[in-house]
Every structure is written in structure tokens, then in C-alpha cells.
Design a protein around this ligand. Sequence first.
Ligand code: GTP
Ligand code: MG
Length: 242
Amino acid sequence: VPTAGRVELRDVTFGYPGAERPVLDGVSFVAEPGQTTAIIGSTGAGKTTLLSLVSRQYDPQQGSVAIDGVSVSDLGRHEMASVVGLIPQKPYLFSGTIGSNLRFGRPEATDAELWEALRVAQGADFVREKTHGLDERVSQGGTNVSGGQRQRLCIARALVARPRVYLFDDSFSALDVATDARLREGLGEATAGATVIIVAQRVSTIRSADQILVMDGGAVVGRGTHDELLESNETYREIVES
Ligand code: GTP
Ligand code: MG
């Protein structure tokens, strides 16, 4: 089982089953532990697909996806859950309580740990306001939790599990700017040492990333820091200025 969390994709090509054209074409990159890698690109560029290969919902047709040199296809589901924490673009809850949802990746977590994760995820206030707190029932299609609250619960769930690799798929775009800033500040501490990969739309979210990957049409068409890309990458400039 990996202990550091270095993510490496080599020349990855992937198409969805039954689809004619590949959605990812020759994608290579390394995301280092202790660093934030941001992925930006227009809708349909393949960002979510890329994360689904890292979290092994799919296997590539060509190339390799490895964490600390171990192919993710050699990791079992259980190992995978302790190594990679995905916060999906469409956040989902399991039928159960808020507490059972938060404990999904680490059943032995204490209530204090759940509250700490909620605090970081900017979700403690609304959970505290629920009649039953952590024991409040939620369901997949339930309406007692809003979309934004679902997102925060999914972030808290990932934090509770303490994975080596965090994959945030567009988790911050829907938040107001102030909440977004508070959340990411707390996350910086809570995820320190882990490998963080963030798909984002806001420039403020990605500006401070150690590395930014620009995706277009299933390929990485630029990589570098914000300043480097502003200087050198037309696609990045277009996204940033739009
Ligand atoms: P946004 O989230 O809208 O910013 O896009 P994205 O960059 O995350 O793109 P995504 O990876 O979701 O999709 C890339 C391409 O794959 C698009 O052409 C999608 O239509 C296609 N795609 C995504 N999911 C599926 C799927 O489950 N099946 C099939 N056949 N195609 C899919
Ligand atoms: Mg997406």
C-alpha cells in the first residue's frame, strides 16, 4: 500500500465503453505529495474522466496510472479507499445518518474527528442546526440537505478518511467567494503532506497551485504555474480572461 501518494500517469488513452473516439489521448503528468496540482479546461475537456481513472472507476486502454509506482489496477477496492479520496462533481450521500456518511471511509472515527472535518469543510454550522445533529437522517434523493451542503459533507467525508491523495472535482465553484477562501485555507492545513488534485474554474482557486494542467479536447495542452501559463499559453489566457 502506498505511503506517500505520488500520482503518475503515463501516456494514458481512454475512451468510454462503446464510444468511438477516446476522451483522453496521451495524457501524462506527475502530482507530487505535499503539492497542489490544479486542472483547468473547458467543459467536456476530460477533467472528470481523468479523476475517474486516478480513483480507478475505469481502467485506461493504453498507458498507466500509478500511485507511488504501484499500478492502481493492483490495488483492491479497500486499499483504494484508504489511498484516494474523491470529492465528486455531483456530490452524493448514502441513505443513513450524517454521521454514517462521514464515517464511510473510516468507521472508527470519533465524533470529535467528524466535527473537526465539518469545521474545515464549512459544514459544522448547518449540521449543528439539525434537530438530531450527526444522527440526522439523510437519503440519496432527500431534500433536507441542499446541494451546497451535500458538497461540504462530501468534503468532510474525504477528510475523515485521511487519504494520501485528494481529488476535488469542481468542489468550490458553487461556493461564494468568502466561503471558498475560508474553506481552502482550512483545507491547506488539513491536507498538508497529501497529494492534492483540484479541478477548478475560478482563477482564485488555482492561482496558488504548485502546478496547473490545462486540458483541451482530452489532452494536456499546457502546464506550469499561473504566471508561466499567462506568459506562454493561449488556451490558459482565454480561460482566465473569460
Ligand atoms: P465539465 O465537468 O463539464 O467541466 O467537463 P469535464 O472536463 O469534466 O469532462 P468529462 O470528463 O466529464 O467528459 C469528457 C467527455 O467524455 C465528454 O465528451 C463527455 O460527453 C464524455 N463522457 C463523460 N462521461 C461519460 C460517460 O459516462 N459515458 C460516455 N459514453 N461518455 C462520457
Ligand atoms: Mg467534470
